[in-house]
Design a protein. Sequence first.
Length: 67
Amino acid sequence: MGDNGCIKCGHKDAGTKEIAATGTGLSKMFDIQHNKFTVVYCKKCGYSELYAKEASTSSNILDLFFG
């Protein structure tokens, strides 16, 4: 984790969750959820950021969240 903490409140404890979302066109019509994201959130204030799941490993995502 970075040294700065959450950019909103400074807290240094974050959690992650995986989510999926529909796209547009036929995937939206048939509710096909092929867009996958990791949500990184501050456990104190709830500030959240979305990262495309393919973009990084979870440890790198926490580094991005904390700067």
